[in-house]
Design a protein around this ligand. Sequence first.
Ligand SMILES: [Fe+2]
Ligand SMILES: [Fe+2]
Length: 310
Amino acid sequence: MNECELLQELSPIAEQLAARHAATCKPWYPHEYVPWGLGRDFDRETGWDPEELAIPPAVRSALFVNLLTEDNLPYYFRTIDRMFGNTGVWREWSHRWTAEEARHSIALRDFMTVTRTIDPWALEDGRMAQMSGGVVPEPTSAVDGFVYVALQELATRIAHRNTGTALRTCLGDHPVGKAGYELINRVAADENFHYLFYRDLTSAALAMAPSLVLPAIERQVREFEMPGTGIPDFKQHASMIASAGLYNMRQHHDQILEPVVLNWWKVASVEGLDAEAEQAREAVVRRIGRIRAAVHRSTDRLASAAPAAV
Ligand SMILES: [Fe+2]
Ligand SMILES: [Fe+2]
């Protein structure tokens, strides 16, 4: 089965998954999550005061990177539209997904501006730099795309949740901590629904065309990086985020590679593989084993490093 035939075969499954998504992912309203009463005008002369809220630099890095990633939506849409096609359920899904993702950047920006959690001038300069570059990962096929987005949506859910918790913890009873926690968790809940769509689509694809899908899983596990290329000083931010435990290799292994790739997709026991896919299976199982051994040696620097091609 080639990829075109697979997409055709997967259409009814995608329709079921899109219907499940519509029934379970309820609409919400960004303006209800923003504590507007805390807002006041900005003045270029006085600028932004980092001392106003006791937020550690790594948490600010996470807020900055998470929002700029949501801002880069037009280019993610372009990639998904190109990979999955612009007809039928694929169009319906990618458009609904786009509308939901746009809500994330609206809500997060309003919240961060009103509460002064990060420097709004640096944020706008970052957005201009990020979106002018418009760089996003470009999986080479639709199947690679399903796998990549499944891993990425889950990684984003985890990173958002950890950031929300860290914000609330560092701010104690401050209303910004409480509001930020609630908003960021609402965003994370959407990312979870997106993840479930792509996870289950990949499972169905794996059952229909294992020899096509297993090599894609191997490539995407090998090449996975958190989105954010193109954000100014991204490597530095990613490394701070990882060191602070907001998203690092240990979490990537424990919460994604093992539970999803090994336990949910069950790559070790997929049957009906051709020789190339069999090699890919061995390679991905070996790679995850290597990562597991490294991240569970608590002294290994990999455990607290940002997930990147390893
Ligand atoms: Fe999002
Ligand atoms: Fe998402």
